[in-house]
Design a binder for this molecule. Sequence first.
Ligand code: 5AD
Ligand code: SF4
Length: 334
Amino acid sequence: MRDVAALVKRAAAEGFTRGEIVSLLRAEGEAAALLFASADRLRAEVFGPVVHLRALIEFSNYCRNNCLYCGLRRGNRILRRYRMPPEEIVALARRAAGHGFRTVVLQAGEDPYYTPSLLAGVVREVKRLGVQVALSVGELARADYALLREAGADRYLLRHETADPSLFAGLKPDTSFKRRCRCLRWLKELGFETGAGPMVGLPGQTIASLADDILLMRDLGVAMAGIGPFVPHPSTPLATAAPGSVFLTMKVLAVTRLCLPLTNLPATTAVGAAAAGGREAALRCGANVVMPDITPLRYRQLYEIYPGKWRVDPREGSFARWQEYLKLLGRTAV
Ligand code: 5AD
Ligand code: SF4
């Protein structure tokens, strides 16, 4: 406990070592409570009570990849697939902007149907609405990222999933950790506000490798870090694996906040799916962003990365209802 207090004090000045991060991730009881409180205090110092709301549009659940943990994997033959026409994506973004969202996140599986030039067209239309555009459409060639950046996309989310290269190789057969990192470097070079982030509690993942996740994000200088627990999906090879712990996820969030004070940290939908009140807990241990899912229900139900995801948001992606709700938590939504 005293160790945690001393470490936290030193962090801002010098940064944590790998060993220190590991010991913080092992904190239990009062020491963990102190870790959470320290992260919450730092979040409040940097961002005040402000929570950034970003409207999430999941526009296609097709994916050419076969990640072992994900319900959208191409091998999941029982999932009904959908694609939103470009006009529908733009119409949803327009509605979101009208309701007050300042950022729209366009997310999909890696779906080659949406060529980079088609996506660039969508980005240009959405940018005309006066909002920030974040993209989350996976690994592309550098030239394609450049095209999307030129079209006006401001941010790009590409979670690194795990910084353990052999675990990565076992879970993502279509790519490699090296390629993932190369994409992240390109995105940064092109001037995107770049987001990475791990899943917590993957089968075979160690505390030391979670420390490496945090160090990787620090080295990359990520602007965002999406951190959520692994939630097993019944139609994947990891159906019977143990779920990731919400407590450990909160510790990863809190240490990430301490290591990366200025980074935007979402209270992810996965942490809300893994435990009732999970997102609220995340907002109290360092998180400063929520991404309400504004995808129409008929599609959202099919965007089943992990089970129960579509049911997590009781405020149905409504900006006004999120504003009201966050007010109850003493936070101001913008
Ligand atoms: N549990 C939790 N998160 C998952 N993701 C994919 N599958 C799962 C799962 N079973 C996350 C990955 C991916 C993002 C879109 O969703 O981190 O990058
Ligand atoms: Fe596709 Fe992403 Fe799911 Fe992998 S995690 S199968 S790339 S949607």
